[in-house]
Design a protein around this ligand. Sequence first.
Ligand code: UGA
Length: 440
Amino acid sequence: MKIAVIGTGYVGLVTGVALSEIGHTVTCIDVDPEKVKTLSQGTPTIYEPGLEELMKKNMAAQRLSFTSIHKEGLDGADVVYIAVGTPKRTDGSANLDYVEQAAKDIAENITEDTIVVIKSTVPVGTNFHIKKVINAHTHNGVQVKIASNPEFLREGSAVKDTFHGDRIVIGAEDPETADVLAEVNKPFDMPILKTDISSAEMIKYASNAFLATKISFINEIANICDTLGANVENVARGMGYDHRIGPDFLKAGIGYGGSCFPKDTNALVQLAGNHHHEFNLLKSVIEVNNKQQVILLDKILDRFGGNLRGKRVAVLGLAFKPFTDDLRESPALVMIPELVKADANVIAYDPIAVENARKQIKENIDYTINLEAALRGSDFALILTDWPDVKEIDLEKYKQLLREPVVFDGRNCYPLDAVKQAHLEYYSIGRPNQTSELIS
Ligand code: UGA
């Protein structure tokens, strides 16, 4: 089939590449000509493992192309995907400006009846609104059918998730539209759930809200473990064996970040509120997460007598999680200003997110892409992202390179036994501290 994808962010680009990989002819449209130029050279504009290879392969097979001209991309398309951003407004609601613009661009450029699929995460009811926008702007009696096809891919494993996901959800206005989209998606070989449009829209928000709830729940348990001397990892393991609970998304740490959980949880609270429903549970999930992102600050200040004047801190990791250069809602964005406020000198390490960090972190700090250089001569280390090289570091390095072997670990990277053996002073999340008294 001939497919157009509007928007080449994480979702749009991965969707376009994946649809070309399963045999469709795909044109990705983006309003930014610079982006299109880069993509047309076979270079992804985002970091995503495995993406570049697939892009190049399908471009060479003439199944994948990029354009900034809507007419060119939409001409003759059987199905058009909208995959533009829906960023958080200041009140927490989803900003639909880009989706509406995409709808108008579709209406002005299609010449035949078409199916429009909304991939962007949008509040319940948006699909019908977008259909109206499109049909109000089309020419010559051209009509569209609308469908919701939310995505469940994770940044950093987006390609893998697209080909090995758990399900495909298609919310369509009629069975014929659902059947066409089921056919489009058939080669992914995944369970396909056909629903009404509103339910499909809600499945996306409810799934992200539930996963965020699991994380905030285990983080609260971690904080209680911390005061009781229990170990949250043992607790999570014990809970996870129960198949009704499951082991995933029970990893305690310094909270969730990224472009999705913070945005979607806020949008769902806002959406519920608009319909006179106080979503108190989700409000607490958000509040717990906001506190969790800075939970190590008190421990750090306690350890160093209330301020960090003259201390050099090696911050390990800036991205909101490993395998991405994305800093959106990353704990680094709140922790680094706090450290600087406490008079610390910060040197921040990240293997790929440093360039993005320079644009977003206002504070005057040093950056490095060399892990050992960050540690050398620093007074202590603070782990914010569980990058593999941080997890796999020889713990002796902390002793060799830091002025004192003190590590604050926001991602529970190391087994406590190993830390004890290495004689590190070590503070993590929801696990007994390895204080200086204990190691001396
Ligand atoms: C999330 C969902 O997992 C995807 O299913 C969804 O499609 C996507 O949002 C989206 O809406 O686009 P993503 O934000 O890329 O994906 O990343 P996750 O791997 O889910 O991690 C989110 C955050 O939760 C990270 O900061 C991670 O460190 C944190 N996390 C995750 C934990 O703190 N503990 C866990 O057990 C799992």
